[in-house]
Ligand binder design. Structure first.
Ligand code: SF4
Length: 353
């Protein structure tokens, strides 16, 4: 018999189809099982009135094993920032972070890979290198653990944890199908954001995938090629002009606003001319929202964290340039859960022996 299918990686229609193919009797209630699994974290065929044989057949055909919670670290009271460290079936670890966004809303920042091969110099995950892609069930599993194990009130999801989402396009696309499936998790597309450092092939594929209301954000971090080459090796292959061209082609709807993330690195990319450069990059892109993210030093800091006055000054320059800007509040720094701080270099060392 073939391996059990992980339910969390399937849509309700895919699950029902697989049930028809694999389970002799009782596939009429497949969609109800599915809703119970992803919606309540339970996979109990017997609870739906099935007799022992078809229930056993479901159990042999499908797996609903969420990743094991290794550690949970929380910061703050009430509206907490929290990091969950999960162990996957092969023993590798992956991290996701719960971020309070105000008004009782929370965003879960999920990982798409274990480690990352993009090598951004300011990023802890980049120092790990890439160990492997996550499959769709492991991506969706992060949300299911957050909701059903921790009881976290996750409303939005952003693919901005470990890994470059568009470097794992196939599995990320499948996870988007599962997350938005009206027969299951039914998360509105506008509550999901895919973030990329500039995989232009992936941006084009995502445009073709037909998610009209999905959000996209790009991590810019440097407005000119020489500096971006230094900070983000992806730029040596795909310079800013090519990235700009791909982003111009990503217009899923008339009122779409591209997120432009800018990690502020004091003494490196925070001068007046950098703000002008950001405006120049954004000018042909239509509506944008620039997210300024104060740098969070990791275990091998590139520079220090910027002071509030430095962040405010840079935001003021961007606004002078006519750009809409939001400041990302620095959350989770003390628990290594902040942007750019996810990853476990020690794990990689130990796996390599
Ligand atoms: S910033 Fe993103 S793409 Fe760059 S190394 Fe870190 S995880 Fe990878």
């Amino acid at each position: 018999m073939s391996e059990p299918h992980p339910i969390a990686g399937l849509t309700s229609a895919q699950f029902a189809e697989a049930a028809r193919a694999r389970v002799g009797r009782g596939h009429g209630v497949a969609r109800a099982f599915y809703r119970d699994a992803v919606g309540a974290g339970r996979f109990e065929p017997e609870a739906h009135g099935l007799s022992a044989a078809p229930a056993a057949s479901y159990r042999a055909s499908f797996a609903f094993a969420l990743p094991e919670v290794l550690r949970t670290v929380e910061e703050g009271e009430g509206a907490i920032t929290a990091k969950q460290v999960l162990r996957l079936a092969d023993g590798l670890e992956v991290e996701s972070v719960l971020l309070p966004m105000g008004h009782g809303r929370h965003t879960l920042c999920v990982s798409s890979q274990v480690g990352c091969k993009m090598g951004c110099t300011f990023c802890e995950t980049g120092r790990m290198g890439k160990l492997r892609d996550l499959d769709a069930s492991e991506i969706v599993g992060q949300l299911l653990v957050a909701r059903h194990v921790h009881g976290w009130p996750v409303r939005n999801l952003v693919f901005m944890g470990m890994g470059e989402a568009l470097d794992n396009f196939h599995n990320v696309l499948q996870s988007l199908r599962v997350l938005t499936d009206p027969g299951g998790l039914a998360i509105a597309q506008e509550r999901l954001t895919v973030c990329t450092v500039g995989r232009v092939d992936g941006i084009r594929h995502l445009a073709d995938a037909g998610f009209k209301r999905l959000n996209l954000s790009v991590s810019l971090n440097a407005p000119d090629d020489p500096l971006r080459d230094e900070l983000m090796p992806v730029n040596r292959k795909t310079p800013l002009s090519k990235l700009q061209e791909a982003l111009r082609g990503y217009r899923p709807r008339a009122n779409f606003a591209l997120g432009v993330n800018y990690c502020l690195l004091p003494g490196i990319n925070d001068a007046r001319e950098h703000a002008t450069g950001v405006a120049r990059f954004c000018a042909p892109l239509g509506r944008v929202m620039v997210n300024v993210i104060p740098y969070n030093p990791g275990t091998a800091p590139l520079t220090r964290a910027p002071g509030d006055d430095e962040v405010d000054r840079f935001i003021g320059w961007l606004r002078d340039e006519g750009l809409p800007v939001r400041r990302r509040i620095t959350k989770g720094r003390s628990v290594m859960a902040a942007c750019g701080q996810l990853g476990n270099v020690e794990l990689r060392r130990s796996r390599r022996g």
